[in-house]
Every structure is written in C-alpha cells, then in structure tokens.
Design a protein around this ligand. Structure first.
Ligand code: ZN
Length: 331
C-alpha cells in the first residue's frame, strides 16, 4: 500500500474510491456511466422461510454496455490497422483482462491499489460497473481456465483480506453460468453496503434473516438456513483447506459452482465466510451470475422485473437446499 489505511473498512473504502473517476476515465468509460443508478430489493413471499431476496439494479450506463464493448473492440482494431504503437503491455490483446493488467503494470492509470499490493492479483474498477464502487479482482496472469493453479490458497487469502480491509463482498461467477471472460481468473468486488432508492441500507449478498447452522461435515463448515438454494459456508481460518479441495473436486467432476466471500452484519467487518453454491446445469446464455444467498439482477432502466419468473429461472439451474450430495465432496 502506498497510502496509510484508516481505522474502519468504510474509511478505507472512501480512500480507495478516490481514484475511481480517474481509473474509469483511463478506460474511456463515460464518467456518468453509474449515474442514475436505481437499487431496490424484492423480498418475494414473506410467508416462506426459505425464500431469497433479490437486489435489482439499473443504471443508464448499463443499457449502453454492449454498445461500448463493441466500440472498444473497434478502437483496438483501428489502432492495429494504423499500426499505432502499443500504449502498454498487451494493449488491445484479445482478452480484455490481459489488457487491463498490462495497463495497470505499465501505466498504473486504471489501478485503485498499487500494482504490488497483492502478489498475484490487482484491483481495478469494472470497466462497465453496475454501481459506483463495483471493481474486479483480476489475476495478473492469463490462466486459460486452469482452475488448479487459479484457485490457490493465496487467492482466497487475497479475497478475504480485500473484503475485510475495504468493506466489500466478493463474488466469483462460473464460466458456464455467468462469466463473460472465462479464461482469465477474476472475481467481482461489490461494496458491502448499498442503499436502495428509498434510502434503506441493504447488505449486498447478506440478508439479515439468514443463519448459518453447524453441520456434520466438520468444524468451521456451516449450512445456510433461510435460502432456497443449497449453499455451504466455510470459515476462513478452519476450513480454507477443505474449501479449496472441495472446489477442485467439484471442478474435476465438472460440477458448475459459484463462490463468494461475505461478511455477516454481526461480524463487524471481520470473520467472513466463503460461501459455495453448486449448480445443476449450465446456462448457455451465461446469465446466472452472483452467489447465494442474495442474487443481484441488473436490468435495463425502465424494464419490468418479475420475482417469480426470475426465481423460477434460478431454481432451474441451482440445487435446492438439501439436494446436493455434499458428502461426495467433503471428506
Ligand atoms: Zn487474459
């Protein structure tokens, strides 16, 4: 770190985000991309003890995302055709994330934290953020979908450190569910506290009515009560090794999964859990992004959102609570 840290994650977040505008400008993302962000939480059937709220958001920029990505591709092509010198390592490389890493290393203009803060990863704004503060934790190396090396203990340590220091929740999507750049390891980094349009504070990815129950899988491994999906929580200290082995075993058996690191409200910014949710089938359109217990759905501004339709869609893809044979993967 080049700057000293504050006392609370909120203070650290406020410092980190000071570089946000300049980093977005360095990506040529319109500065008002996150303008007019609208956030609301839909709670579903309040009589049900196993239902999952959804945070729905829209912002003006999101509707332009595809258009901007296309412009980005065309600009790269044009630079190549004009044989302009590269601005940084991997400038205009086919993988957008390699391009981001090259820019971070050669110029630092897109960075929110010093390039060497973490050994194998960098923190940059999502080029097309769904809200202010939406960042990516990106591996410095293009892994070509080699999960065995990508899912290192160091990665999990970095995730937990970043979440706890700056007040984030961190979500890793899966290449066969909701990941748009599958060959370069990255996770989404979302501010822990969000405010709805009505000014109500909601915790991203951690509704207050959820509880973690002990399981017979061993100390430090919890079942999530209150979600309709089958999700386990792994205590960082006690279960990290088991968690890593479990992910690799799932991958070996071609089970699609998402995981995230969330910090319970009562934990006051520390002692988060790695949550893991297996999926029962691929989503060909790559739209099942996010992690149980709380999914975030981004819609075009002004579009309608149907809770029953969206939950029924998620339920087609994700195992229901009690349905997944965890004992095959946790020894
Ligand atoms: Zn790459």
């Amino acid at each position: 770190m080049t700057e000293s840290l504050g006392i609370t994650p909120e203070e650290n977040f406020a410092k980190l985000i000071q570089n946000w505008n300049n980093a977005l400008i360095s990506y040529q993302t319109p500065i008002d991309f996150c303008g007019e962000t609208s956030i609301f939480q839909v709670n579903g059937d309040s009589d049900s003890k196993s239902d999952s709220p959804i945070i729905v958001m829209s912002n003006r920029g999101f509707s332009l995302r595809k258009e901007l990505m296309q412009m980005q591709r065309e600009a790269s092509k044009e630079r190549r055709e004009k044989m302009l010198p590269p601005r940084w390592t991997n400038d205009g490389d086919l993988c957008f994330l390699c391009d981001n890493v090259g820019q971070a290393e050669s110029t630092g203009t897109n960075l929110l934290l010093d390039f060497n803060t973490y050994k194998d990863h960098i923190v940059v704004p999502n080029r097309y953020p769904i809200m202010r503060g939406h960042c990516l934790l990106v591996s410095k190396k293009h892994d070509g979908r080699n999960l065995h090396s990508a899912l290192s203990l160091e990665y999990f340590d970095t995730i937990a450190n970043l979440a706890e220091t700056y007040g984030f929740h961190i979500i890793r999507n899966h290449a066969q569910a909701g990941m748009s750049i599958p060959n370069h390891e990255h996770s989404h980094v979302i501010p822990r506290k969000l405010f709805t349009d009505d000014g109500v504070e909601v915790l991203s990815y951690y509704p207050q009515n959820y509880r973690f129950l002990r399981t017979d899988y061993g100390e430090g491994i919890f079942a999530l009560e209150g979600s309709r999906f089958d999700t386990l929580g792994f205590d960082r200290r006690k279960a990290i090794d088991v968690f890593q082995k479990c992910l690799k075993e799932l991958d070996r058996n071609k089970i699609i999964f998402t995981f995230g690191y969330v910090i319970p409200k009562e934990a006051e910014g520390k002692n988060g859990l790695f949550l893991l949710t297996p999926h029962k089938k691929e989503d060909a359109n790559r739209t099942v992004a996010g992690e149980s217990p709380l999914y975030t759905k981004t819609i075009r501004a002004g579009s309608a959102f149907s809770y029953p339709e969206y939950m029924s869609f998620l339920s087609e893809h994700i195992y229901a609570r009690g349905e997944f044979p965890w004992h095959n993967y946790i020894s």
